[in-house]
Design a protein around this ligand. Structure first.
Ligand SMILES: O=C(O)CCC(=O)C(=O)O
Length: 308
């Protein structure tokens, strides 16, 4: 396929116009989405959590990458960002053919450290297609499930640049126009565009477009704030976490705990982050059963604190 440019638009571009770009390219950059002051405020909410997040430990998640979760519990500024009208309007317009309610799918800071290698190219909708491990297996995903999602946009993703994103420091690599290729597509290096953007700009991309984090060949960290929205119906009918919360589920048979949802559906569905203490990111749900956490509440500034 020939290389297509990554489109850049002002952050207040109407969602109908952005939706047309997303349908064609699967991605677009919203320039200067957040001001310098807003980025500094987000950084001040998140820095203690980012600094204590340990490095991921898989080829896919990265060996020199940290991932920091629970952003809605931890950061008043991230809560505002998640319901920013510009994004909610775009989510509702772009995903309208597939659902009439939406939910947060991922809230995560992805920090790519110096020396990190390039991430395996993937589609985020493969979260529901049992992405295979090792990642060079062919096909890369379950060949029964993955085709069922062809033609369904499962989600819309945002990556707000908390630092500049450059080709050198690991800006997301993306292939505009790749949404309709088969899952087994082998994309030539020339098809990838580095989503270079200045701090405060935002990459918006679909669950169908091929992408991955770039290698960080610089001396500095690259930090992106990733908030993804998915179709409201991609969940259990009976909300088992409320109907059978951890305090009760912890004493049940492990097979039943897993059926309730206290287990990860491979490769990644269902992990969680205890909001406190800092540094316990992306845990398996069984952890909520093994170590009942100390109750947490929000203080007057909206930040989580332990209840004495
Ligand atoms: O950090 C990035 O640039 C992209 C990360 C990504 O695509 C992922 O981890 O699924």
């Amino acid at each position: 396929m020939s290389r297509r440019e990554l489109q850049i638009r002002p952050a207040d571009t109407p969602s109908e116009e952005l939706t047309k770009i997303l349908e064609r390219d699967g991605c677009v950059v919203l320039k200067d989405f957040a001001s310098k002051a807003e980025i500094e405020a987000i950084q001040s909410d998140l820095r203690p959590f980012i600094d204590t997040s340990s490095q991921a430990r898989s080829d896919f998640s990265g060996l020199k990458t940290t991932r920091t979760g629970a952003l809605m519990a931890r950061s008043p500024r991230c809560r505002e960002l998640a319901i920013d009208p510009r994004i909610l309007s775009l989510v509702e317009t772009f995903l309208a053919p597939y659902a009439n309610t939406f939910q947060l799918h991922v809230t995560q800071v992805i920090r790519v450290l110096p020396g990190e290698k390039v991430q395996m190219p993937h589609r985020d909708r493969w979260a529901w297609s049992q992405l295979q491990d090792p990642s060079d297996l062919d096909p890369p995903v379950n060949s029964v499930i993955a085709p069922l999602l062809t033609g369904v946009e499962t989600q819309l993703n945002t990556m707000l640049a908390l630092t500049d994103f450059t080709k050198e420091n690991g800006a997301t690599r993306i292939v505009p126009g790749s949404s309709h290729l088969p899952d087994s597509a082998k994309l030539p290096e020339e098809a990838y565009v580095s989503a270079e953007m200045t701090t405060g700009s935002m990459l918006v991309f679909t669950g169908s477009v091929f992408h991955g984090a770039g290698a960080n060949m610089s001396e500095r960290e690259r930090i992106g704030l990733n908030i993804d929205y998915s179709l409201g119906w991609l969940r259990q009918e009976d909300n088992q976490y409320l109907s059978c919360p951890p305090e009760i589920a912890k004493d049940l048979d492990p097979k039943l705990q897993a059926l309730l949802g206290y287990a990860v559906a491979e490769p990644s569905l269902g992990y969680f982050t205890p909001p406190l203490p800092a540094g316990e990111d992306l845990s398996s749900p069984q952890r909520a059963l093994q170590q009942p956490s100390t109750p947490v509440r929000l203080d007057a500034d909206g930040r989580p604190e332990f209840v004495e």
